[in-house]
Design a protein around this ligand. Structure first.
Ligand SMILES: N[C@@H](CCC(=O)N[C@@H](CS)C(=O)NCC(=O)O)C(=O)O
Length: 222
């Protein structure tokens, strides 16, 4: 652990020719984690972005250089923006992935906040070292917490996406995580047809489709 921060960068994701964009650089581990939903939202909004990716061994040197000691971090014209949901919201806003109805946006935020909490629990569970506690935590997450939340969302959905038939960034955020959970175990979302349809619709958004047509490979598996 603890070498200098990597300056490895991937090629910028191609942007829509009509979009006027700030210069964006996403700083995150060389893995999906909390970075991947942001990549999807940037791609969905047609935003070009560079990336700085690094391994766990580089993190101790990198951490003190970040404002909150955590990533993801998005550099916007060189200025750091932190916190996953703040970055996701900004990426969605510049990409036009917002509802013009403030209440609908707030409902989308409610879902994204809830999904972010679910993901924090998911990460803690994945990194739990005590095998007995890990098994108990996984059981609670997969058999109680997720069904409760997914069931609530399923019962509330009446449109293709969360709040309309047009996607907002919160749909992309949810769609990403539903896809990840389905990869881990398809049964986690199989019994929720509307959420499954939302996930599939997110995968069909042009920018997401294009991004996933050439999927990145990562050295960190999570
Ligand atoms: N609330 C923060 C949490 C970020 C977070 O915990 N990031 C992890 C990576 S997914 C991290 O930086 N871990 C290293 C550390 O905390 O030292 C956010 O949503 O961005």
């Amino acid at each position: 652990m603890g070498s200098v921060c990597s300056s490895r960068s991937s090629a910028p994701v191609e942007a829509s020719p009509t979009t006027k964009m700030p210069s964006l650089k996403l700083v995150y581990f060389d893995g999906k984690g909390r970075g991947e939903p942001i990549r999807w939202i940037l791609a969905a909004g047609g935003q070009a972005f560079e990336q700085e990716k690094f391994g766990f061994e580089e993190w101790p040197a990198k951490k003190p250089t970040t404002p909150y000691g955590s990533v993801p971090l998005l550099e916007v014209d060189g200025e750091p923006l932190c916190q996953t949901l703040a970055i996701a919201r900004y990426a969605g806003t510049i990409g036009g992935l917002v509802s013009t109805d403030p209440f609908k946006n707030a409902l989308g935020d409610e879902a994204a906040d809830t999904m972010a909490e679910l993901c924090s629990t998911f990460f803690s569970t994945m990194f739990e070292k005590d095998a007995e506690k890990k098994a108990a935590d996984e059981k609670k997450l997969f058999e109680e917490t997720m069904p409760k939340i997914f069931g609530l969302w399923e019962s509330r959905m009446s449109t293709k996406f969360l709040t309309a038939d047009k996607p907002i960034w919160q749909d992309v955020f949810l769609g990403h995580w539903l896809s990840r959970f389905a990869e881990i175990n398809p049964q986690l979302i199989a019994k929720y047809p509307k959420l499954t349809a939302l996930k599939d619709a997110v995968l069909q958004i042009d920018g997401v489709k294009k991004y996933l047509a050439n999927p990145p490979t990562y050295s960190i598996p999570l």
